[in-house]
Design a binder for this molecule. Sequence first.
Ligand code: KG4
Ligand code: ZN
Length: 345
Amino acid sequence: MKNSKDIYILAIESSCDDTSAAVLKNNQVLSNVIANQDIHQKYGGVVPELASRAHQQNIVPVVQQALKQANVSKNDLTAVAFTKGPGLMGSLLVGTSFATAFANALNIPLIDVNHMQAHILAHFIQDHKQKTPNQPTFPFICLTISGGHTQIVKVSSYFNFEILGETLDDAVGEAFDKSAKVMGLTYPGGPLIDKYAKDGNPNAYPFPKPKTKNALDFSFSGFKTSVMRFIQKNVKENPQFIDENLNDICASIQNGIVSILMDKLKKTVKQTNIRQIAIAGGVSANSEIRKRLTENKYGWKTFIPPFEYTTDNAAMIGITGYLKYKNGLINNDKKLATARLKVDE
Ligand code: KG4
Ligand code: ZN
């Protein structure tokens, strides 16, 4: 039996195509197991029906492994946290059903977690490697950049979020993935563009910066179309264009996207006068955005989550579950999977 003062959370994440389970002791991660679904690669994107089937196959072994790695027995668990939404309905239902059955069988509380809040609250995980935790204080700005979302959020407390700007069409992760697809790279193409960009010239091919009515909103569909047209035109003239210039094309696309993100952050600081900037979500794994934020030319205090907590993972669901549990935010009425959910809901 563990120390009864400690809070042990089993967390489940299944909103898209990664099945993940984590065990947290208070704000510390004891295990964070992620099963990726390679099946989607050959389709160039996530196929919802295949994702929910893979979650069904993965969820039991992933949870077993998370408990084993953490050396925590299920009887020591204080509560179960799970992703309620947003995400793919079929995927969410697998995690929701599993978490509900697990908590009911153990007769412990069930905590529903908003995936977008969790990406942001991943900043409050106590990292073993850092002696003095580098965590933002309130209020701070969080740029949430993932395959499904692009938002600038003002975070005033653990559970007070205000969307200052968001994408009007494609998410930034889609801009990376769809640009990669046009070049024949496998899904998800974001990490591959990042990899090839390392040896390329970021100024080789300039791409346009889209304008939006609200200065803090984003629009990536025009950017994506201009990349598509550019590739098609050049391949028509030279069928080897992509192979011969892959690094430069990737570096230019990445530079275009990251410059848009940095411009929006500069505008946000000007508008809010908040100089603490955090990033969250899968695209915050990108080395160029990390580099430009770390260079810190603007006098901001920047917060970049450890790499393993950027793309979808259950540890971020666990820290959110822990903070909700500690603050008595266990809402027993609203436990259903919800495909559409805003960060402030
Ligand atoms: O947060 P996430 O794991 O899933 C969603 O909730 O969407 O984000 C996945 C997205 C994908 O679009 C992927 O290409 C992108 O994050 N991504 C990257 C990098 N690593 C992941 N994009 C650019 N550079 C990276 N290094
Ligand atoms: Zn995500």
